[in-house]
Design a protein around this ligand. Structure first.
Ligand code: HEC
Ligand code: HEC
Ligand code: HEC
Length: 500
């Protein structure tokens, strides 16, 4: 019993003295920490971090939150100005509307009209609050603002664009008007990309619109031989198939693209509803775009297969090749001379310069539209390699190049293939694969002469066409023209009602 008691007593004393010792140790100066008491350590302890972005998501110990209007002489805004001007101080406030009277019925749009006309607000119908948060709305550059560029990608963009990175967040949501002179200073890449594309488009139309109109007029005024109805082969089945698929996918891209661009109008909404709405129009646009790129790849393989590699480079210069040559320039000038009665009709061979232009324009269009289209479609992926603001640039290049392509195909290409005297009311060559021998003799004399000289003319004479098929060709051709003109005229008429 006593033994037990002594043991019990010793245990208690031992525990108690251990406890006292611990307390005493705590009261001693923290010598163990002293060795870390240097400046770096101090800084680390006082800084505030979310813990996610250790290197950037920290405030310096010298940071003083800006709460009110800075007094004159206090240098809060002593930050490097971006474009030579001082940045506004409100952008550093926790409540950017501090001291501003906001009337009850006022909307964000009333005071910030420029910020209300961008892709997110107008097209995707995202409200301001979804990005800027609720009142009090912090200034963009307030240190703890979710819009602060150190955390914008994760706190704002990633809410909807899952996986958005810092580069993606440098996309300029409220993009400036690319045409405005001020953009040259604030966003030069957008400004120059815009004006270069506008110059390319304006140049193309400035040359081809009058060219085609005068040509049409001149064509009408010249006498034509009456033919015997014989036709010769011009396009192979593979070429016609390529053209047909290109035509279908081009019309789809034009319709889906325009339906989204015009989604603010009833016209655009009806167009989009054909494809199942705004979202589906984009899905279809993306898949058909990929289909076009595959088609383009197959076409490249096809040409590589066609080229006579043994006879290079002579085979590329053959009149059957679509490669532009110096003689095309000469013939084009002579053609224009003929428009004005200043020279004899040019002796075109198999491909006229306008046909070569149409062919290579597709290459250019594929590169520009396909390239920017891929960047935009896979924006989260592409911004890993390129900065997010290039999406703004890519978007405008895509848009302007598409308008150029639509204008060129639906005005100039349609005119040449349907309204000229030889081809009125429709040039069946691309569907049927054949052209009238007499028309070809008049328009492409060098081609026919070459065929006759080589004794090949008999071989390319086409058998009698199938009437039912011809009806189908007319149907397809007119349907395509109908769709094209509907898009062209609708787009032109409605263009005043959309936010550019
Ligand atoms: C009564 C007019 C008015 C209304 C309504 C208004 N704002 Fe403002 N807002 C201002 C003014 C003025 C500033 C300061 C602009 C400056 O410094 O150039 C400002 C600043 C801002 C800023 C900070 C800008 C920066 O550079 O950091 C944001 C963000 C903002 N407003 C968003 C909104 C949102 C979202 C709404 C709608 C809920 C809204 N505002 C409604 C007048 C208004
Ligand atoms: C998709 C997200 C998003 C939406 C929606 C949005 N904003 Fe912004 N806003 C931003 C971003 C990002 C910035 C920062 C721009 C910068 O750093 O240049 C910004 C900047 C601003 C600015 C500062 C001035 C400027 O242009 O840089 C104002 C003012 C503003 N927004 C108001 C609005 C209003 C008003 C709306 C609603 C009509 C709105 N925002 C909708 C993302 C958005
Ligand atoms: C509330 C949801 C929301 C937030 C937040 C948001 N976005 Fe968007 N964003 C959208 C929607 C919806 C679209 C339109 C998609 C469409 O048209 O199919 C879009 C489209 C885009 C596009 C067009 C290209 C593409 O990928 O289709 C870009 C770029 C973009 N957002 C960038 C941003 C950036 C940068 C931020 C952060 C500042 C941001 N977004 C924040 C919803 C949001």
């Amino acid at each position: 019993m006593i033994e037990n008691f002594r043991l019990f007593f010793l245990q208690r004393v031992g525990l108690l003295s251990g406890f006292v010792l611990l307390l005493a140790l705590n009261a001693l100066p923290p010598f163990a920490l002293a060795q870390n008491n240097n400046r770096l350590r101090l800084f680390r302890e006082r800084q505030i971090s979310s813990g996610y972005f250790n290197e950037v998501d920290v405030s310096s110990p010298f940071y003083l939150p800006l709460v009110g209007e800075p007094k004159a002489g206090r240098r809060y805004i002593n930050l490097p100005p971006r474009s030579g001007t001082f940045r506004r101080w409100r952008t550093f406030l926790a409540d950017s509307h501090y001291g501003i009277k906001i009337l009850k019925l006022q909307k964000c749009q009333d005071c910030h009209p420029r910020q209300s006309r961008d892709y997110h607000t107008v097209r995707a119908r995202i409200t301001c609050f979804q990005c800027h948060g609720d009142e009090p709305i912090a200034g963009i550059n307030h240190f703890y603002s979710s819009m602060n560029s150190t955390r914008r990608h994760s706190y704002v963009c990633a809410k909807c664009h899952e996986g958005a990175n810092n580069s993606y967040a440098s996309y300029v949501v409220h993009a400036p008007n690319p045409a405005a002179a001020a953009t040259r200073g604030s966003f030069p890449m957008l400004f120059f990309a815009f004006w270069i594309m506008v110059a390319v488009a304006a140049g193309t139309f400035a040359v081809f619109l009058p060219h085609t109109l005068i040509w049409g007029y001149r064509d009408l005024m010249t006498s034509h031989m009456q033919g015997d109805g014989r036709r010769i082969k011009r396009f192979s089945l593979a070429q016609r198939l390529f053209h047909f698929l290109l035509m279908l996918s081009f019309l789809t891209q034009a319709a889906t693209g325009l339906s989204r661009m015009y989604i603010e109008t009833q016209w655009g909404r009806s167009l989009a509803s054909i494809f199942g709405g705004y979202q589906w129009a984009l899905t279809i646009h993306k898949w058909v775009g990929i289909f076009m790129l595959i088609l383009f790849g197959v076409h490249l393989l096809y040409i590589f297969n066609k080229i006579e590699w043994r006879r290079l480079p002579r085979s590329l210069k053959s009149p059957d090749s679509l490669l532009p040559q110096w003689s095309d320039v000469r013939l084009a000038l002579q053609h224009v001379g003929w428009f004005f009665g200043r020279s004899t009709p040019p002796q075109f061979d198999r491909w006229g310069y306008w046909e070569k232009f149409d062919y290579w324009a597709v290459f250019w269009g594929m590169a520009i539209l396909g390239g920017t289209g891929l960047i935009l479609a896979y924006s989260l992926y592409s911004t890993r390699f390129i900065p997010g603001w290039t999406l703004n640039v890519a978007f405008w290049i895509h848009r302007l190049e598409a308008l150029l392509a639509i204008g060129h195909v639906f005005i100039i290409h349609f005119f040449i293939a349907h309204i000229r005297r030889h081809s009125f009311p429709m040039d069946r060559a691309m569907f049927e694969g054949t052209v009238s021998l007499d028309a070809a003799r008049q328009e492409k004399p060098a081609w026919i002469a070459r065929l006759e000289q080589n004794g090949e003319l008999e071989a390319v004479l086409a058998p009698k066409p199938n009437r039912k098929l011809r009806f189908l060709y007319y149907l397809i051709g007119f349907a395509a023209v109908g769709v094209g003109l509907f898009l062209l005229i609708g787009g032109l008429v409605q263009s005043r009602h959309i936010t550019w």
